[in-house]
Design a protein around this ligand. Sequence first.
Ligand SMILES: [Mn+2]
Length: 485
Amino acid sequence: MTIRFVHAADIHLGYRQYGSDQRYNDFASAFQALVDDTIARDADFLLLAGDLFHKRAIDPLTLLQATLILEDVKTAGIPVYAVQGNHERPHYTEHTSWLDYLAEMGLLRLLTARYREGDIIVEPWDPDTKRGAYVDLPGGIRVIGLQYFGATTSRVVGDLVGALEEMPGPRPAYTILMMHAGLQGILDNYAATLSRAQLEPLRSHVDYVALGHIHKPFRQDDWIYNPGSPETTGANEVAWEDRGYLVVDVDTARTPAHAVTTVQNPRRLFLRYPFAVDGYDTPEDLEAALMRHLRTEVSDRIRDRKPVVEVELRGALPFSRADLDIGRLEKEVTGLFDAILCRFKDGTVPSEFDIELSENMTRADLERHVVRELVERDVRHRAQSEAWSDLILRLKDMALTGSAPQEIVEALGGFASLLAAPQNGEEAAQDGGDVPQQEQVPVDGAGDGASAEDGATAEDDAVAEQPGMSALEGTGPLEGTGEPC
Ligand SMILES: [Mn+2]
């Protein structure tokens, strides 16, 4: 018996990365490319191992993308089997997801295990109810699917082993288990719940473990397979070049029965340039050196591909970050690379310098001295370093002595005036951060008195100074280390 199937996962349709329409379309293009290739290779079926959608509440255009692309597979007569991932999981107050909708429309078959009175239910997929945990295909091929179970995954896998052992009839010739689950030991910064040891009892029941969830591709012992993300949902994925999807040729007469080929689908070129900032004394020097470096990296071949460019500044910055015009730099780099967008990522630390200490300082003196020197590293606050230090130390004391949150908030009233009124801030903070807001000192040049609104405006401006940084923060958890999948 020979079959061919395609195993894909983590398509993330509907992800408007960096707020970019082009990036939004890139995710659909990657899906379309892998579907076209599935059809061209005349596969018997397509597996989608979770996170077809980037989010639970997709917009109509995303649904249209999914519908049109899945209609291509349907027209070609290739069934699609899917499981639900964490990104598209309905809220607990809801009962259906957009995957259920696609299943009702006959565009895919959603495989789901249910629990009844504490027991896992592993039932065949029913064409009437369009529900079930597995399908049996001609030639003794079985596809079992488990949706994302999060922290309970290892328990569910244990229950599944029990259910498979009790299942009547002969073992199928070839069994695929599709799951949206991470495996321990793949990513340093992500603690997956499922261990390899917990999967091991499935060995005698399952020939091919088809995973999704972790965007880094991996395979283990001709048994466990994870294709990775076809598009790039976070810059950390750039390093994993062999991402894409897997084309699996099964011949049940062989051992192992499958031969698995990784296909890197076409996707947006995503370039990442770390740049060490140490040794440049002025923003002008740094910018000139950075652009010189990037000019040696760029080529017509790169420009033709209209890449995404991320520049990560690393090292100790010898001047204030505020002196770098990140927005202008992003525009310059975008032009240089003919990029669809460029983002700067700030991985710098403030430069270290020796803090002068005299002998016989008390602990309190020492603390005040250190705080003040730290404040003075930022030229914007240098003139009021005494007031800032007072405020910082007072807030710390209040927190440590168990002041009520309201008292601390009132003390922060002094913080707003300090930002808004450089001339008088020192006085305001020294006389008490607990000055009521209506008594705050007027802002220079402003006709009316300082208000909480002025404070907010000052903060907004501070954020607006570095549009690149704030935009990058918007990339959310995918950028960080918490939930990379
Ligand atoms: Mn994912």
